[in-house]
Design a protein around this ligand. Sequence first.
Ligand code: FAD
Length: 292
Amino acid sequence: MRPATASAPLEVSNDPWRTWGVTVKRLVDEAPNIFTIELAFNDPRVASEYRFEPGQFNMLYVPGVGESAISIAGQTSAKTLQHSIRAVGSVTRAIQRGGVGMQLGLRGPFGTSWPVATPSAPAAVHDLIIAAGGIGLAPLKAMIASVVHNRTQFDRVSVLIGARTPADLLYHLEYDQWRQAAIDVQLTVDRPDDGWTGQVGVVTLLLERLTLPHPTATRVFTCGPEVMMRYVAKSAESRGIPSQNIWVTLERHMNCAIGLCGHCQLGPEFICKDGPVLGFDRVRRWLSVYDL
Ligand SMILES: Cc1cc2nc3c(=O)[nH]c(=O)nc-3n(C[C@H](O)[C@H](O)[C@H](O)COP(=O)(O)OP(=O)(O)OC[C@H]3O[C@@H](n4cnc5c(N)ncnc54)[C@H](O)[C@@H]3O)c2cc1C
């Protein structure tokens, strides 16, 4: 986030408890029970100061209902923030019901981001594998947009997407744009429908079939059900990708988002501030403990 200057004195990042007013400008149904909202800050000064890194999340607050952690899926050219949400409980269902025009509170951004090379640290990555399951594509979407933008910093980039059915594939209108940026986009579903001619099976199948010319210079970023991420990591390691090159993003119930309430603790890690993006080596031990 940009440091405050005389012309921008709000210092959006300085107070993690400060909730900014936002308006739902657009709501798009992505898949059964999953929708994407675009949020505009009510105060244009906040809009101009707000910065996030791909992989971070916001706390979205529905007055009178509650607050939930939701990953930042992207930012539009009009500077609205995109969040893709599965309607599962009180907050997420209230946002779905509220629709366009709804007033929400937003705190953030919080948490760690995907360690992609940046203009200030180029050439850190040669090849990239992005593996997503279901709504797990949401925390990866802003990172894919950043890769498209900085495409020359990478050699081979593969995006492997798994979903239960073809109707559950998120952001399908974006795949062509990613492919035009020389990104290898591969899809697989658990249950095909009549029109499906693509792969059937789990996302690790796609990884197992990938050609990996530079395994030690390949990074893997994955998000989805934890069992899927464990298998992605196992498969990547078996292909010669070092475990320190593998990152996962984790979800736990959280209240404060700043490491105080302890709800999101996983072993010694607080998912809100040490994560949500964490090196697989750091969490491997905890992910193997049932129900932790
Ligand atoms: C870093 C991060 C990023 C996230 N990004 C996204 C995202 O991009 N999109 C998205 O849809 N979701 C995301 N989530 C998940 C989202 O925050 C939760 O689903 C949230 O609980 C939804 O709030 P709710 O009030 O609608 O549902 P809740 O009322 O919280 O209920 C959601 C579900 O969790 C169960 N539950 C409720 N409380 C607990 C508890 N204490 N322990 C265990 N289970 C409980 C409920 O029974 C229900 O099945 C993210 C979570 C984290 C931590």
